[in-house]
Design a protein around this ligand. Structure first.
Ligand code: AMP
Length: 398
C-alpha cells in the first residue's frame, strides 16, 4: 500500500510517498511560493537526483496536480499511475478537543476541522485547502487526517487549564492543546521500543527541539503535560518565538512604544527567541552554536538561555510524573546539536545522568547517549512525522 503524505501550509506543500509495508520513502518533495510569483516544485525519487522546476502555481490544486504529475512521470516518477497511490494522509495542525486521534476524512470531519479554524487561523484553513485539492484530483482515494494536537488530548485538566476565568474555557475552549503531537508520540514509542521496555510502564520526557520547540511528559503511554499551549507560542525559547513570558510585558511594550496587539504578536512570534536574545545574530541554531564556540557573547547568551529553559521544563515534568525513566532528544536541534544536549544534561546530575560523549557525537541513528551506569537513560531518536502519518493512514484505511 502506497501512502501519499501531505503537509500543506498557506504557500507551501511538503509531500512524501511512503510504502506502508516496507515503511520506505519512495519519493519526496516540496512546492514553494504557491500563489506567489516564482513558484517552484522540488522532487526527489528515492536514490535519485533532486530536481527543481520553476513553474506557475496559482493555487493548491495546481500544486497537487504538479506533485501527482512528478510522481507518475514516465522517466523519473516513483509509480506508473495514480492507481498505485492507495491513500492520502494529511497533517492537520489543530483538532481542538474533538479529535483525540486520527480520523478518516468525510464531510463531518471536514466540518469539524473547519470549526477549529479559529484556534489555528494560519494553519487549519491551509490544511483544508490541501484536502479539497486532493479530493478534486484524486476522487475516491481514501484520506486520513492526522492531528498535531491529538496525542496531547490525554492531559489531565490540571495540566491543560490556564489560571484565568473558567468561562473562557467553557465559552471559547481556551486551554493548553500542545503541538508536535505526531512527533512526541512517535519518539516516545520508539524510545520504549529501543530500550526494550513496555511503553505502558514508562515515564518518558521527549524534547522536540527544532525551529519550533516543545517538550512533553509521557507517563504509561499517555501524554500528561506539554510545553506548547493554546498556540505554538508558549513554552520553550524557540528560533524566533519567545516561549513563556509575563503577559504584562505586552501591555508595557504597547504603552512604551505605541504598538498594537498585532505588532506585539509579530514581535513575539518572529523577532524573539534565540534571534531576539542573540541581538539578531541568527534564529538558526547552527549559527548560534558556531558563535557559542567562538565566544560571541550574543550567541553565548542565547544558547545558555535556551538550554536553561529546556532543563527547567525537564525538571518540572519529572516532578509532574514523580520521576523519569528516559529523556529523548529529537528534531533539527535535538538530533544534531551535541553541545545543546551536553549543556542541558549538565543541569540534570540530580537524575543520576552521565553522558557518553562519544555516543553524543554520533548522528542520524537511534542511540543511547547516556553511559550504562546513568540512572536515567538519555536517547537521541530522529523523528519521522511523515512515517507516523503514513502508519496512521494505513491503519485507518485498512
Ligand atoms: P526543524 O524545525 O526540526 O527542522 O529544525 C530546524 C533547526 O535545526 C534549524 O533552525 C537549525 O538551526 C537546527 N539544526 C540543524 N542542523 C543543526 C546542527 N548541526 N547543529 C545545531 N542545530 C542544527
Amino acid at each position: 500500500m502506497n501512502i501519499l503524505v501531505i503537509n500543506c501550509g498557506s504557500s507551501s506543500l511538503k509531500f512524501q510517498l511512503i510504502n506502508a509495508e516496507t515503511e520506505q520513502c519512495i519519493a519526496k518533495g516540496l512546492c514553494e511560493r504557491i500563489g506567489i510569483d516564482g513558484s517552484m516544485i522540488s522532487y526527489q525519487p528515492a536514490g535519485g537526483e533532486k530536481e527543481k522546476t520553476v513553474t506557475p502555481m496559482p493555487d493548491h490544486v495546481e500544486a497537487i496536480r504538479l506533485v501527482l504529475e512528478a510522481l507518475t512521470n514516465p522517466t523519473t516518477g516513483a509509480v506508473k499511475s495514480l492507481e498505485e497511490i492507495d491513500a492520502v494522509g494529511h497533517r492537520i495542525v489543530h483538532g481542538g478537543e474533538k479529535f483525540t486521534q486520527s480520523a478518516v476524512i468525510d464531510d463531518e470531519v471536514m466540518k469539524a476541522i473547519e470549526d477549529c479554524n479559529e484556534l489555528a487561523p494560519l494553519h487549519n484553513p491551509a490544511n483544508l485547502i490541501g484536502i479539497n485539492a486532493c479530493k478534486k484530483l484524486m476522487p475516491g482515494v481514501p484520506m486520513v487526517a492526522v492531528f498535531d494536537t491529538a496525542f496531547h488530548q490525554t492531559m489531565p485538566e490540571e495540566a491543560y487549564l490556564y489560571g484565568i476565568p473558567y468561562d473562557y474555557y467553557k465559552n471559547y475552549k481556551l486551554r493548553r492543546y500542545g503541538f508536535h503531537g505526531t512527533s512526541h508520540s512517535y519518539v516516545s514509542k520508539r524510545a520504549a521500543e529501543f530500550l526494550g521496555q513496555k511503553y505502558e510502564d514508562m515515564k518518558i520526557i521527549v524534547c522536540h527541539l527544532g525551529n519550533g520547540a516543545s517538550i512533553s511528559a509521557v507517563k504509561n503511554g499517555k501524554c500528561v503535560d506539554t510545553t506548547m499551549g493554546l498556540t505554538p507560542l508558549e513554552g520553550l525559547i524557540m528560533g524566533t518565538r519567545s516561549g513563556d513570558i509575563d503577559p504584562a510585558i505586552m501591555e508595557f511594550i504597547a504603552h512604551k512604544e505605541g504598538k498594537n496587539i498585532d505588532e506585539i504578536m509579530t514581535i513575539l512570534n518572529k523577532k524573539s527567541g534565540v534571534l531576539g536574545l542573540s541581538d539578531n545574530l541568527s534564529s538558526d541554531f547552527r549559527d548560534i552554536e558556531d558563535g557559542y564556540f567562538a565566544g560571541d557573547e550574543n550567541a553565548v547568551r542565547a544558547m545558555k538561555s535556551f538550554c536553561y529553559k529546556v532543563a527547567k521544563y525537564v525538571g518540572s515534568f519529572t516532578a509532574a510524573m514523580n520521576g523519569v525513566d528516559a529523556i529523548a532528544f529529537t528534531a533539527g536541534v535535538g538530533e544534531n546539536g551535541p553541545i545543546i544536549r551536553t549543556l542541558v544534561c549538565e543541569y540534570l546530575g540530580y537524575l543520576g545522568i552521565t553522558l557518553d560523549e562519544d555516543a553524543n557525537h554520533k548522528r542520524g541513528v537511534d542511540i543511547q547517549i547516556s553511559t550504562p551506569e546513568s540512572k536515567t537513560k538519555v536517547l537521541v531518536i530522529p523523528t519521522n512525522e511523515e512515517l507516523a502519518i503514513a502508519r496512521e493512514t494505513a491503519r485507518l484505511v485498512k
